[in-house]
Ligand binder design. Structure first.
Ligand code: SF4
Ligand SMILES: [Zn+2]
Ligand SMILES: [Zn+2]
Length: 321
């Protein structure tokens, strides 16, 4: 198959768009879609200046998604004086898995000369995910603990580093899965919150939230294309699965979406486009309704609706074993 643009050998044939692209044109097309998403989401505020720059904290895990995101952001905005970037890596304490991906993060940050910060569960909350998975005091999946800890540390450190926004590498498959899960759970308030927290354009979001706003500039790009881009550009991405990965429901939805996509190319794009539109309507409808006032956790200062945050409660349970 030949590239639609130049006639060289195609490295990608996208059933959802009918495009055949060679290496050069495929990479350009990825970069173009990421830049367009950044523009459409109004990620750079009009009032950002070299004197008062926008600060982006990038969640860099060392997996292909966050590595590709960091590389493209650096190439696009690395010399833009209105934007400062730093990469933040969270080490969960998973032997043989996270150590290798931290190496990838260090290699990438050094090659791009971008500031890199590493925060570990062990230093910050006194636990390692390997031990938590073993003791499991709450009888939950490891990811249920890990997700709470990661969110807490990302939020805390993004705040400490003065982030205007927290950018993560979620791709089209990730976001279409989350959309389907939220639909199937029937939780429309959750769908509404999703819009303001991390989905919508900054022109349409309610920015009064007490949390650092999040953005996902790769959410138009299918997972396979992110992987192909990382491979073609020889980026230092670490590709293995966490030994504690346990999101069984997400796995089911993932398989379902692969099947649908195979039979009806474009399904993921249409799910996400429809979901974004609906979540905007839901956000407009629900904004402010039944909102709980947030307090500071008496133990760690994180935001919580009660007196102690979920992370501190989980840590207590772990230490009580
Ligand atoms: S797969 Fe689960 S346990 Fe492993 S790093 Fe991700 S959230 Fe944590
Ligand atoms: Zn070409
Ligand atoms: Zn707390």
């Amino acid at each position: 198959m030949e590239c639609d643009k130049c006639g060289r050998d195609a490295v990608m044939n996208a059933a959802y768009s009918g495009a055949h692209l060679c290496e050069t044109h495929f990479c350009r097309s990825i970069e173009k879609r990421v830049r367009r998403r950044i523009r459409e989401d109004s990620l750079i505020p009009r009032d950002a200046t070299p004197e008062d720059p926008e600060r982006w904290v990038i969640g860099l895990s060392g997996g292909k998604d966050s590595v590709v995101l960091t590389q493209i952001l650096d190439e696009t905005f690395g010399n833009d004086p209105r934007i400062e970037m730093l990469a933040l890596t969270i080490h969960e304490g998973i032997e043989g898995y996270r150590d290798k991906s931290v190496d990838a993060c260090v290699e990438l940050s050094e090659s791009l000369d971008i500031r890199h910060e590493l925060v570990t569960y062990e230093d910050e909350i006194g636990v390692k995910m390997d031990d938590v998975a073993e003791s499991d005091p709450m009888n939950m999946a490891p990811c249920a603990y890990c997700g709470v800890f990661r969110r807490d540390l990302l939020e805390r450190y993004a705040d400490e580093f003065g982030a205007s926004k927290l950018l993560t590498g979620h791709n089209l498959d990730d976001e279409a899965q989350t959309a389907m899960m939220n639909f199937l759970e029937g939780d429309v308030k959750q769908v509404a919150k999703h819009f303001d927290a991390s989905l919508g354009s900054f022109d349409d979001r309610n920015e009064q939230s007490e949390f650092i706003p999040r953005a996902k500039p790769l959410r138009d790009i299918p997972e396979k294309e992110v992987a192909l881009y990382a491979h073609l550009r020889d980026l230092p991405a670490h590709i293995t699965e966490c030994p504690h990965a346990s999101e069984a429901y997400r796995g089911e939805i993932q398989k379902l979406l692969w099947k649908l996509e195979e039979n009806h190319p474009g399904t993921r794009h249409s799910i996400l486009a429809g979901y974004e539109e609906l979540s905007k309507l839901a956000a407009d409808q629900y904004r402010g309704a039944g909102e709980v006032t947030l307090n500071e956790c008496e133990e760690c200062g994180s935001k919580t609706s009660g007196t102690r945050c979920r992370k501190c409660k989980l840590v207590d349970a772990i230490h009580a074993v």
